[in-house]
Design a protein around this ligand. Structure first.
Ligand code: GDP
Length: 362
């Protein structure tokens, strides 16, 4: 064991009894500028309602924070902003990666701001990994829109469960509305559960597709097609234009086969090129037509009220679940009962009821 001895005798060894000097110079600490005091809920709310983008961003950060004192402050800000919310059009956009969502939102967003609208772009992307350099995190995408003073782009809250991320996005929508944004776009990647979450918080749901790729290839489930108020075939330019028009006709036929929607609206298929920006105006025309119809027939308000009720139920469900799992002793009991189930000592139902009893008695 000579080699080992050598290492211990070498300079790599830390000698005991020698104190390291403090890394922080105390003099430096004394001269640090005092941290700005935290703004009050009123100050945030007044700023947001007055259109202050910096305060809007900071308040969204509070919403995304998991610190209890931030959560409390964020809830007070939200409450004060509530009377100023609800006046926007909320549009959900989905489609597989590569279909052109960012490019489309850039083109569509610019079209809207040029028309005098104020546009906020949010995202739901619960897979935290993607948010690093992802859909909206990457500044080089939507370059033009991100420099537009009438647009506000906010990447997805990166951490947490879909339920948590969805809640934060919903609250962010309210803050953006209070700040005067009248079109809110919520983007999601069309590959998972998040479409359902987005669908449940918007007035109009737009599905972006490509021509020439089978539905399977595009990873779009039938259920998502059924949720769509419109299917937009993107990249209808150059050699692709003819194919896109054919795909439009096919999708239009397919949409007719779905049962009529409660809104009375027949979902439409359209083509556009986010690249050349051809057809972008038609998309807004279609959304406008939809809005006029559902506002007149009462479905718009009915749906918003239904969504608000769903939020109450979902909040209860989420918080109960969270409370259950965080109750002291529950995690260990679940593990123990799990083993007992595997060893055929107890049935799953009996175990579940005992766990619930344990929780309710606490
Ligand atoms: P996302 O992943 O859905 O956000 O898709 P991107 O917006 O990043 O677009 C993916 C690729 O398709 C990029 O290289 C875009 O330049 C390209 N692209 C997007 N829209 C169009 C379009 O309308 N026509 C053409 N030809 N290319 C497009």
């Amino acid at each position: 064991m000579d080699g080992e001895k050598d290492i211990f005798d070498s300079a790599l060894k830390v000698n005991e009894g020698i104190e390291q000097p403090s890394i922080v110079n105390e003099h430096f600490l004394k001269n640090l500028p005092k941290r700005k005091p935290q703004l009050t809920a009123e100050e945030y709310a007044d700023g947001i309602i007055g259109g202050n983008r910096t305060l809007l961003s900071q308040a969204i950060t509070l919403i995304e924070s998991t610190l209890p004192k931030h959560e409390e402050l964020a809830q007070s800000v939200l409450e004060m902003c509530l009377p100023h919310t609800g006046k926007s059009v909320r549009i959900g956009i989905t489609g597989v990666p590569g279909v052109g969502k960012s490019t489309f939102i850039e083109a569509f967003g610019k079209y809207l701001t040029n028309g005098g609208h104020k546009v906020a772009v949010l995202a739901i992307d619960p897979s935290s990994q993607r948010s690093k350099g992802s859909i909206l995190g990457d500044k080089t995408r939507m370059e033009e829109l991100s420099q537009d003073l009438n647009a506000f782009i906010r990447p997805s809250p990166s951490a947490g469960s879909l339920g948590g991320v969805a809640r934060k996005t919903r609250e962010t929508v309210l803050l953006c509305e209070a700040a005067g944004f009248d079109v809110i776009i919520i983007e999601t990647v069309g590959v998972g559960q998040s479409e359902t979450a987005v669908h449940s918080m918007v007035d109009f749901f737009l599905l972006l597709m490509l021509s020439g790729a089978g539905d399977e290839l595009q990873g779009i489930k039938r259920g998502i097609m059924e949720m769509a108020d419109a299917i937009l075939i993107n990249k209808a330019d150059g050699d692709n234009k003819q194919r896109a028009l054919l795909a439009k006709a096919e999708y239009q036929n397919a949409l007719h086969l779905f049962p009529p929607t409660e809104s009375g609206w027949y979902p439409k298929a359209e083509t556009c090129s986010a690249y050349t920006r051809e057809g972008i105006d038609k998309v807004w025309g279609m959304i406008d037509e939809y809005l006029m119809m559902v506002k007149e027939n009462g479905y718009f308000h009915k749906r918003r009220k239904y969504q608000a009720r769903r939020i109450m139920i979902e909040t209860i469900e989420n918080e109960l679940l969270e409370h259950f799992y965080q109750t002291k002793g529950v995690q260990k009991a679940i593990a123990d009962y799990g083993k007992a189930i595997e060893a055929d000592q107890i049935s799953s139902y009996v175990a579940a009821h005992r766990l619930l009893e344990l929780y309710l008695k606490k």
